[in-house]
Design a protein around this ligand. Sequence first.
Ligand SMILES: O=c1[nH]cnc2c1ncn2[C@H]1C[C@H](O)[C@@H](CO)O1
Ligand SMILES: [Zn+2]
Length: 364
Amino acid sequence: MSHQLTLDQIRRAPKVLLHDHLDGGLRPATVVELADAAGYTRLPTRDPAELGAWFEAAADSGSLERYLETFSHTVGVMQTREALTRVAAECAEDLAADGVVYAEVRFAPEQHLEAGLLLEEVIEAVLEGFRVGQERAAAHGRSIRVGTLLTAMRHAARSQEIAELAVRYRDVGVVGFDIAGAEAGHPPTRHLDAFEYLRRENAHFTIHAGEAFGLPSIWEALQWCGADRLGHGVRIVDDIEVSDGKARLGRLAAYVRDKRVPLEMCPSSNIQTGAAASIEEHPIGLLRDLRFRVTVNTDNRLQSGTTLSAEFAKLAEAFGYGWDDLEWFSVNAMKSAFLPFDERLALINGQIKPGFARLKWATE
Ligand SMILES: O=c1[nH]cnc2c1ncn2[C@H]1C[C@H](O)[C@@H](CO)O1
Ligand SMILES: [Zn+2]
C-alpha cells in the first residue's frame, strides 16, 4: 500500500487551498503581456521562462522583506480592471487544472490604485475574474469554487476601510479578511480596530503570523485580535519541546491544538523566506504527527514555482505521506474554510471523500 504517490496522481485528488495570493500566482507569460500593454518597463526580462526563473531566484532570499520586493512587478502590472479580471480568471483556471476544488485567494485592494481605480472597482474586477475562471473551468469539466479574502497591508493604515469592504462584499464572493506584509515591527495589534469591527460583524479573518516573527506574533493574533486562522503559524513549534520522542506543549501551543486553530502552512515559501530550513525539517511533520489542525498551501505559486499538488508531492516524498494523509489535510482545510458549515460539509461529503475513495480504490 505504501507506494510513493506521484505528482500526476496527486493532481487528480480533490484538494483545498486556503492560502494563495492573487498577486503571487500570475503566469510569467501573463506578466510579460500585461507589462507590454501597460508600458511597464521595469521587468528584469521579457522572456517568460527567464522571468519565471527570476521570480523564484529573487524570492529565494532567506528574508521575508526581500521575498516581498518581488511583488512590485506583479502588483505593477495589475493596475487596470482588464488586468485584474484576467489574472483572477487565469488563477481560477490554473487552480482547477491542478485539481483544486475549493480555494480562498487573497489580495490587497489598496495596492491596485496606481492608475486611478477605486477600491470597489478593484474588488469587482477580481470577483468578475473569478466568476469567468470558474465558468471556463466548468466548461472543461473541472469544478472549482473560489472565495476571495481581502488583505490589508500591515505596514499601512487602511485596514479598517478594507475590513468594511470585506463585510460589504461578503454576499457576493468575499469570504474573509487578512493582513499581510513584513511581520517584524508591524504587530497585528496595530489593526485592532479592524479586527474588533469584523468580530462585531460576525465576519471571518486570518492573520499572517508566526512566519518571520515568533510566538508573540501568534499570541497577539489569537488572543488580542481573535484570528480564526493563522497564516503560516510555523513558529508555534518554538513552544513545543521534544525529548526522548515525547513532545511537551507550552500553553500557547496547547491552546492552538486544543482550539483546533487552523494553520495555513506553506512549505516552499517558508524555505525561501528562511522560516524553515528544508522540507524534511519543516515543522509540518511534527505538527501533523501531533494532530494540530494543519493545512497545506501554496502562498505564492509564481515566486515558489509551485502548485498545491507539487507541495503535496514534496511532503509525500519527505514524510512518506499517502492518500490517507492527503485526505486528512484536505478535510482539515475544508473544515477550516470561511464558507457556511452546510456548504463545507457538502464539499467534504460530495467531492473530497468520494474523490479520495476513487483514487484509493484505483491505486490499491
Ligand atoms: O508569506 C507572506 N507573508 C507576508 N506577506 C505576504 C506573503 N506572501 C505575500 N505577501 C504579501 C505580498 C502581496 O503583495 C500581499 C497581498 O497579496 O501580501
Ligand atoms: Zn501569504
